[in-house]
Structures are given as structure tokens and as C-alpha cells.
Write a protein that binds this ligand. Structure first.
Ligand SMILES: NC(=O)C1=CN([C@@H]2O[C@H](COP(=O)(O)OP(=O)(O)OC[C@H]3O[C@@H](n4cnc5c(N)ncnc54)[C@H](OP(=O)(O)O)[C@@H]3O)[C@@H](O)[C@H]2O)C=CC1
Ligand SMILES: C[C@H]1O[C@H](OP(=O)(O)OP(=O)(O)OC[C@H]2O[C@@H](n3cnc4c(=O)[nH]c(N)nc43)[C@H](O)[C@@H]2O)[C@@H](O)[C@@H](O)C1=O
Length: 328
């Protein structure tokens, strides 16, 4: 039903109707959410384990696509990590992500895949971009140093989709999500993103009765956090209804400081100790709020509030969900 506050949805341009859709990276946080979301659609989801298909190897990707012949591809595989992982392994983040983007996008073009969706990241925009950041800010200034290597690979992926559309008419699109959180995240103590790292640390402090929990940086940077199932819904929406060259931002429009985010998480977990800020750790970008006006105009908006999303994420963690939980 369309009401006054639910804008009319853009028409379906790519009906699934039994389509074979490959979710590359299906075991990751985003890929798993995509598989959950696509289970409600009339389509067949294709997946491949990394041990059988390493996406950094061009020949393997070409052979797999030639054999499986999907109608659509969602590229949710990447070397992903938080501020420390990005900053300390620049070569891995640049090289692997360039290879994965190039191999999957070029091979999809060779196999005439009818639709492809590539996932960028809000770190593609310049560190000093005007806030909120519109899609037009791409390539207008220097990047945030802690994530620049990964961001360059992501920018290359966005542009490769544009280039194939321009030169060969392939229907390849890209989305640029803000910071994500949710079930199935990586809980690696040092290499994960802030939501998972803080959730794990706060939970362990609650269990052990620790009086303080360390939060990296000053706690002042502002971030916009989107629940991963909302992102998956936006990706399906755009796969069906968007066919343009420009990347599309996916955010909530709501920002929160890292300090306030850690306090909100502590409340959900039931930890009542003190937060200590370790200012020897980097803050990274001071602010990265996406302008999601274009997506709203197409008729999509997020559904899950930060409080509900954190409760669902913690419930998944308590039920044993997520990866790298044994790492220390
Ligand atoms: N998390 C976030 O806050 C944000 C994420 N994004 C983007 O969303 C996408 C998904 O991220 P997210 O789900 O968080 O990341 P995850 O780390 O949770 O998942 C990444 C997936 O990629 C797979 N993968 C990595 N390298 C290879 C490879 N060489 N061959 C085959 N598979 C590989 C991993 O496989 P395996 O399970 O075997 O390790 C994993 O399933 C990425 O493109 C990321 O850049 C964008 C903005 C924010
Ligand atoms: C999505 C985006 O995410 C990355 O950028 P980022 O937004 O800086 O990501 P982050 O989640 O690691 O940190 C967010 C903030 O939170 C603070 N912070 C506090 N305590 C912990 C903590 O314990 N772990 C981490 N990781 N951060 C912490 C941390 O110091 C920073 O101020 C890109 O590298 C790249 O991966 C990318 O695309």
C-alpha cells in the first residue's frame, strides 16, 4: 500500500522470474543477508565455497561463470576489515580487492551476465567531502589515509561497472553502503569493524565483571550505521529497479558518535562498567554521512532502528553466530 510517507517505488526493470543469481561472498555478513533476502524471491541463488573458487584467480572465475551461466551477479566478496586491518595491510587490501573486482566484473561481461551489482563503500569519498556526501563527490579530493588502499580498489570497481556500461552496454550497477553491522559479522578482536569489536569486548567484560572497557580513539568520530538486512533489501531493490551509471548511496541518514554508539551497545548488552578511550588508536575519518536522497527518490528506505538492530545482532552473537569468535 502506498501512503503519504511511503514514496512510489521505481518500476521493476529486471524481473527475477526464475533468474539464477550468483551471490559471490555468500558466507560473509552481507552475502549471508543477501541469501536470506533472496530466499523470499522467485529466483535460484548460486553460491561457491572459497576453497573451490578463489576470486583473486582469474581463470577460476572465468571457468565458474562459463559453467554456471548466472543471469545476475551480486559481488559481495572482498577482503574486508576495520580501521586497523586496513591501515596495517595496505598491499593485501588494494591487491585482493582490485583482483576480485576486476576478475568478477570482466568475466561477467564476457559471459554477458544480464545484471551485476557491485558493492562499494562510503570510504570511496574524500576525507574532507562536504557532509552529507552525495554521489557526485566521488574523485573530488584526497582519501582518508587509514582506508585509502581499500578505497582505491573500490573506486576501480565502481568505475569498471561504469566503463562496461558505457563501452559495451552491460547493465552493471554499483551501490555505496555506509558502515554496516548485524548478524554474521566477523568478531576478530583487532581486525573487525567497530560494531563487532565493541560488542565482543563489552560482552566479555560483562561476563568477566571487568570494570572498564577500552574504546579505540577519542570516541568523537561520527558514523552512520546501517543494519545488514536493510542493506540486503536495498541491493535487491536496486538490482530490480535501477539501471544507471552513477553509484547509489545506501545509508540511514542518522549519525552517532563512536562514544554514544559504544554506550548504546553497552546498554543492549547490559554492561554497566566504564568506557575508557585509547587515544593512541586512530580515529580515522572524522565524519562520513551519506546523502541517500537518490535512493529515497527511487522509493526505498531502511526499516530497522539502531536499537532494534543492535538487539538482533547481540541475540545472534549469543546464539553462536558470527565468525572469528575464537581468535584472540
Ligand atoms: N562491513 C561493512 O561495514 C561494509 C562492507 N561493505 C562491502 O560489502 C561487501 C561485503 O562485506 P562484508 O560482508 O562485511 O565482509 P565479510 O568479510 O563478512 O565477507 C566477505 C566475503 O568475501 C569472501 N572472500 C574474500 N576474499 C575472497 C576470495 N579471494 N575468494 C572468494 N571469496 C572471498 C569471504 O569468504 P570467506 O568466508 O571464505 O572468508 C567472505 O564470505 C564488501 O564488498 C565490502 O567492501 C561496504 C561498506 C561497509
Ligand atoms: C566501512 C568502512 O570501515 C572502515 O572505516 P571506519 O569507519 O573507520 O571503520 P571502523 O569500524 O574500523 O572504525 C570506526 C571508528 O570506531 C573506532 N573504534 C572504537 N573502538 C574500536 C574497535 O575496537 N575496533 C574498531 N575497528 N574500531 C573502533 C575507530 O577508531 C573509528 O573511529 C574502513 O577501514 C573500511 O573498512 C570501510 O569501508
Amino acid at each position: 500500500m502506498i501512503t503519504a510517507d511511503s514514496p512510489r517505488r521505481a518500476p521493476i526493470l529486471f524481473p527475477f522470474a526464475g533468474a539464477r543469481i550468483w551471490v559471490a561472498g555468500h558466507r560473509g555478513m552481507v552475502g549471508a543477508a543477501l541469501v536470506r533476502r533472496l530466499a523470499t524471491e522467485d529466483c535460484t541463488v548460486l553460491t561457491a565455497e572459497r576453497r573451490h573458487l578463489d576470486l583473486t584467480r582469474q581463470a577460476e572465475v572465468e571457468q565458474w561463470l562459463e559453467h554456471e551461466r548466472p543471469d545476475a551477479v551480486i559481488l559481495a566478496a572482498a577482503r574486508v576489515g576495520g580501521i586497523h586491518a586496513n591501515d596495517s595491510r595496505p598491499a593485501d587490501f588494494l591487491s585482493d580487492n582490485l583482483a576480485i573486482a576486476r576478475n568478477v566484473i570482466d568475466a561477467s561481461a564476457s559471459q554477458c551476465v544480464r545484471k551485476l551489482l557491485f558493492l562499494g563503500s562510503s570510504c570511496v569519498y574524500p576525507r574532507a567531502a562536504r557532509q552529507p556526501m552525495t554521489e557526485d563527490g566521488l574523485m573530488t579530493g584526497p582519501l582518508e589515509p587509514t582506508s585509502q588502499w581499500y578505497a582505491v580498489a573500490k573506486i576501480a570497481g565502481l568505475m569498471l561497472c561504469q566503463a562496461h556500461r558505457r563501452q559495451h552496454g552491460h547493465n552493471f550497477i554499483s551501490v555505496t553502503p555506509t558502515n554496516l553491522y548485524g548478524p554474521g559479522d566477523s568478531y576478530h578482536p583487532t581486525d573487525s569493524h567497530a560494531p563487532a569489536a565493541l560488542l565482543r569486548r563489552l560482552h566479555e567484560a560483562k561476563v568477566s565483571g571487568a570494570e572498564t572497557v577500552t574504546v579505540w580513539g577519542t570516541g568523537r568520530p561520527l558514523r552512520e550505521f546501517l543494519f545488514v538486512d536493510d542493506l540486503a533489501d536495498a541491493c535487491v531493490f536496486l538490482l530490480q529497479r535501477y539501471a544507471g551509471e552513477r553509484t547509489i548511496n545506501v545509508g540511514t541518514g542518522v549519525e552517532v558518535s563512536i562514544g554514544a554508539f559504544a554506550r548504546a551497545l553497552a546498554e543492549v548488552i547490559g554492561y554497566d562498567g566504564r568506557l575508557v578511550f585509547d587515544t593512541t588508536r586512530p580515529d580515522g575519518s572524522p565524519r562520513k554521512l551519506l546523502d541517500s536522497t537518490r535512493l529515497r527518490a527511487l522509493g526505498w528506505r531502511p526499516r530497522v532502528s539502531l536499537r532494534e538492530g543492535l538487539e538482533r545482532t547481540y541475540a545472534d552473537f549469543l546464539a553462536g553466530g558470527g565468525r572469528h569468535r575464537d581468535a584472540s
